[in-house]
Design a protein around this ligand. Sequence first.
Ligand code: PEP
Ligand code: MN
Length: 622
Amino acid sequence: MILVLKRDASDEEKSRIRAALYEKGCVVRELDTAGQSVIGAIGRGDLDPKHLTAMAGVSEVIPINGKFKLVSRQWHPHDSQVKVGPIAIGGHRVAIIAGPCAVESAAQALTIAREVKRYGAAIFRGGAYKPRTSPYSFQGLEEEGLKILARVREETGLPVVTEITSPGQAELMRQYVDMVQVGARNMQNYELLKCVGRLGMPVLLKRGLASTIEEWLMSTEYILAEGNDNVVLCERGIRTYEPYTRNTLDLSAIPVLKKLTHLPVVVDPSHATGIREKVAPMARAAVAAGADGLMVEVHHDPDHALSDGPQSLYPEQFGQLIRDIYVIAPVVGKQLDFDYLEKAGRNGKSTDAAPAMVAYLGEPGSFSHMACRQYLGDDVKMAPQPAFRSIFEAVRCGDAHYGVVPLENALTGSIHENYDLLLEYDLNIVGELYLRIIHHLIAAKETPLDQVTHVLASEPAINQCRQFLDRYPRWQITHMNSTTSAVGRLKQIDQPGYAAIGSRDAADIYGMSVIASGIETNPRNYTRFVIIGKTPLTERPKTKSSIVFSTVNQPGALIEVMKVFAENRINLVKLESRPIHGKPWQYMFYADVEADIEADPYREALAHIAAKTDFLKILGGY
Ligand code: PEP
Ligand code: MN
């Protein structure tokens, strides 16, 4: 049952309601949504809704239909996130968990951890207690293995996850690791489930070898019923009649789970396929299907691995997979949780540090706001700004730690003002993200398209949705300043027949319905944002650099600079020119290259470029 309390319910009434529910033997949870208290009560079926509705302070009683209670979307309509150390699994991120099947030695674990971190893993995995099919196979290093995991965490900063195989290990887990895994073979070990429920640590619950989704979610319910909501589900393949793969990866479980539960879902393509060459295709498919993360086995010397060598990726293969995921994630509205490592470290480690402040243009629901959330997560504070210059100003004067600014759109081109501001302000680019821009037609409630008469939309949105709008020549189109002002105005007007073009976030924020989705003419509609900060990135590998330069006004001057890139095999991915203020017909060139231009082996090339230009500024490596 979900009990919605009256807004003015007194504390005394609330405690009486709670006491009555406890008396019935219910599991009780409380939520506060938009100032309204909600109590969830899960019992064994003898709760009488009529009796509950009659209690003082109760406004409404809604039964939770179906078997799933605390795991269900009905109980918790929004996606939940599970924090593992500083890393959040769920929401707009794709979190990568990687490492060997088993911890074999400190040297092995540390070597692999450094490699997977370098390529973008957010969490390290490694088994210390290995449930093996044969009693004669390697069973894991046990407590020694846990100590090694704690050392990995200390030396790399990566949170660690390992499998718990018996309730007796609970205290050791608490001592040494950040997340416990309940393996496929133990998915229905109810004593173990209750134990990890009470343990309170984040749990990675794998799907049983031959379990239905319903059985899996009922097992999850055991953990939540003990008061632990931090569960991540892991699809790892199920047993079928097909012998070409170790198991059959049930990718359809992802959308099924997404509908039924609010909990994050990750996919383990390693145990699902059992064969190295099948891991990357399935991992890519899992992200495309909406997985919140991947768990991948990686080994630097798989031929000598003590378990699961044949399915372990070499570190370079893992790196290649991560590059693919980086490209695929924005297509489904997510970002790879790689660029955030340093920030997560800065924000999350010390509990007394204030959350980072980020400046962006517009209002909640704007695409810039979405970019902030996807890049920096939901824990940061977001400061809306009225103009691009105010973003730079806020970062310069220290009001914001970061600024998020759009630089170019795949269809409509560069945002020149921001190029000029990058030159003017002495700030650094510390990251970038590609956001897929999907437009929706939004109305106050479900309205058939032929009943729409007026559409409110920003200029870029109108241009990007031209083909769709041309199908309805009778619609009256009103130009608005931004997508959020269009949706905001729609809410104010509150008249049938009116609609606005905006993002799904904007529709959610204003409580509106999407009546046509994906209405942009070209689905390859991306905006590239950069993240600016006061200090350059230091801790993590940089793969890209942005510079701005001007050349002397003589024939071949630009080609001389380009030659340095070519001779040093530096891939130029963007070149943009902007007029120099006060010097008619002279230009600044903005270049993005796929190299950390300030580090070896490119330092010399950078010195050559400096010699061939009369102005050179590094905008940042990221
Ligand atoms: C593992 O992750 O190492 C493992 C044993 O997985 P599963 O329980 O999915 O077989
Ligand atoms: Mn394994």
